[in-house]
Design a protein. Sequence first.
Length: 421
Amino acid sequence: MRIPSRRWLLGGLVALLVVSVPAAAPTALARTGAPAPPLRLSLPQPTGAYPVGSTELHLVDAERPDPWVAGRPRELMVSLWYPALTAHGGQPTLYLPPLAAQRFADRTDAQLGLAAGQVDWAGIATHARAGVPVRPRLGGHPVVLFSPGGGVARAHGTMLATELASRGYVVVTVDHTYETPEVEFPGGRVETQRLPEIDPTELNHRMLETRVRDTRFVLDRLALLARGGNPDAGHRRLPHGLGAALDLSRVGMFGHSAGGFTTAETMLVDRRLDAGVDMDGSLAYSFSAGDFGDVVHQGLDRPFLLMGAGQSAGAPHTHQHARDWADFWAHSTGWKLDLYVAEGEHFTFTDHQALLSQLAGAFPLPPGLVEGSIGTVAPDRIVGSLKAYLTAFFDQHLRGQPQPLLWNPSPRHPDVTFVRP
């Protein structure tokens, strides 16, 4: 699939980034001739005060035909990450469900030049426990939605989702079915990417329209959950206290790449979203045609955070240099801030920042892959900065707690530049 701007990008763990660099040869066996044990990757520990629980929902929009596959209603899988009552009980939530993990491994091992079994993709655990009771709070917890990049699974936002949950938010991560390479549904059904071969700009319009409708449908289902209903298509048992934990009077959203575009466009048409974040996402369907999103021309009247990294079209990805972001900035009347990570790259804002660093430490990856994906920024330091700024943004605009971190640059976060008007 050809996309007109890299800020829409793309696939699984560096899946489509490696097309521009040569593949590495499969890593050699240990000197004994026996294969080394598979590498077990890990995600950064959340830093908030609360343990984290998780569950998933299978959502079916019976009134909307699927835009990509004829004869089917629109189906989604979403994960909910929440502050838990206890750190005990339940099983650790896996990063990827087993069948999706196998398909992901088959694609990714080949693209990274690894032999099958060198990385234990199916064994990656999150810092959340499945199905444990929700920590009660009078009035509920603020809710934040996450939309991933184009052709990227919801799993790749887990690091930031669990961080927000540990700080008292209910976070809902969404897979956009048939755009995502693989989505595993209950019963072992896996649906793969099924996008049509059509004009790229037309495809981008259809993708964004679908994503916005997906997001609004998820908001509808969350409202049913908050009223005491069970929106899961199979009516599977939900964690105790989940519906009561949702404060839908305070809802934010963040997204990476195409997910950032989704966030902004959804805010334009749905006032249930109170604040949003675009992490390095273009707001254009086609730069060459000057085809920008409606939100570029109309702006937003609610708080919005732009976060860019590295270079886009040969210039820093900020509102001072990118035409779409510049016009969006000029037309937006709400609170706004533009933060820039010069030494980062497009996937700095995803779990790739943590996972790819570990892979690079264990295997000889294709030349240029790491720098082209996550830049040269210090991994642990930027992960801490991303957590801090994202939490501060939602604390200020969903909880009404002023955050000095958002006022001026901080020496604790030297990789993050404030882009002034």
